[in-house]
Design a protein around this ligand. Sequence first.
Ligand code: HAM
Length: 421
Amino acid sequence: MLTEAPKGTKDIYGSYMEEWQRVEQVMRELCSDFGIKEIRIPIFEHTELYLRGVGETTDIVQKEMYTFKDKADRSITLRPEGTAGVARSFIEHGMYNNPQPTRRFYIGPMFRYENTQKGRQRQFHQFGVEMLGSYSPALDAEAISVVAELLKRLGIKDVELRINSLGCNECRQRYNTALKEYIGSNIDKLCDDCKSRFDKNPLRVLDCKEESCQRIIAEAPVVLDYLDDECKEHFETVKAILDDMGIKYTVDEKIVRGLDYYTRTVFEFVANGIGAQGTVCGGGRYDNLIAECGGQPMGCAGFAVGIERLLLMLEAQNGEFKETNEMDIYIGSIGKEGLVKSQGIAYRMRSEGIRAEGDSVGRSVKAQMKYANKIGAKYSVILGDNEIAEDTANLKNMETGEQEQIKVSELVEIMKKKING
Ligand code: HAM
C-alpha cells in the first residue's frame, strides 16, 4: 500500500511529463490566439454546487463524487468537472460587468470514483474552456473550433466530431413527455438504475450502457424531432459556421451528454484507436447553469478535453514518447578547489540562461565524462587544482570531440557566445 498510488491515479513523470508539457504549451498558445484567459478555481467546492449544477440524477452525482465532511461539518466535494466551479466563480466575482463574452480556460485535475480502465481514471486532467455571456450560435461554433484547432496543431488525426441539439427548456419539456411515454411502455425491460432514473429524469436513461437498456434506447424518440423553429435555426447556424470554417462533423442524434446543464448544441470528439474510452472531448451550450447556481440567466458554451486521452491518442499515433536530454555544458571537477569553482561557474552560467550542471555526486573523472554524455551535454570541461591555478582548461565539444584551450575566468563569457550567439 505504502509504495502504491491509489487505484485510478497516476504519477506523471519522465517522457510522459515532457509530452504533457508540450501539449499544455500548445493549449496555452491556442487560448492566447482565441483571447481565452486562464482561470484557476478550487479543487474542492461545496457539494451543493454539483448537486445543482451537474444535476442530482446524473451518474457523476449519484455514484462518482468524492464527497466528505470537513472538520466544521461542511459537505465538500473534490471537483468532478470544472464548468460548475467556473459558473460559481463568475457569479461570485460579478464578472457580469466584463465586456461579454467572458472566455476562460483551465487545466487541472478532476476526480470521479469510476471503474478504472484504459483512458478512465479516478484522478484525471481536463483542459476546459468556458465562454460566458452570449446566446449567439457563434459562441457554440467558436467553442467547437477551439478543439478542432487544438487537434490540428497537435497533428492528431482520426477523430470524429459529433454534434446534436437538445433544444431549449420548452423543446426539452416536449421531448421528455414523448420519451417518458416511450420508456414508460418499456419500463419492465430496463435495469434497476434506469427504473429510478426514469422517474427523476428520463433523459438520463439514454446514458445507460447496459445492453438490455441499449436495445430500448436504440428505438427511442430523438430530440432533434422535437426542436422548435428557433432552436432549429440556432442549430442550422452553428452547422453553417462549422461548414464555413471547414470543420467536418456528423450529426449524432443520440448524443445527450451525461450532465444536466446542457441546452441546445452538444458535441463530442471521438477518437478511434484508443479503446472503449474514445471520447476525448465533450461540451456544449449551457444556458441554464448560471441561473441554476443563483446568478442572472446567461448564455454560455464550453467543453473539456481529457488530457490523458489526448496523450493516449498521441502515443497511438506517434509511438512511445521519448525523453529529451538537453544540457549546454557539464562542468566536472577534481578536488576541493575544482569543486568550489565549478559550482560557482555553473551557478553564474544559469543566470545567463545557459543550461549547466556540475558534479554533485563526487564521481571519478571517467564517470563524470560518462555522465556528461548521458545528460546530453553539448560541451564539457573538468576543473582541477591545476586548471584553477593556471586559469586554463580544455573545453570539449561533445558532438565533435574537438577540444580548445580556454581561460577558466572567461568560461561564462565563452559559453554565452557559443550558446546565445
Ligand atoms: P465530460 O464529458 O464529463 O464533460 O468530460 C470531458 C472529458 O473529460 C471527456 O470527454 C474525457 O475525455 C475526460 N474524462 C471524463 N471522465 C474521465 C475519466 N474518468 N478518466 C479520464 N478522462 C475522463 C465535462 O466534464 C464538462 N464539464 C465539459 C464542459 C465544459 N461542458 C461545457 N463546458
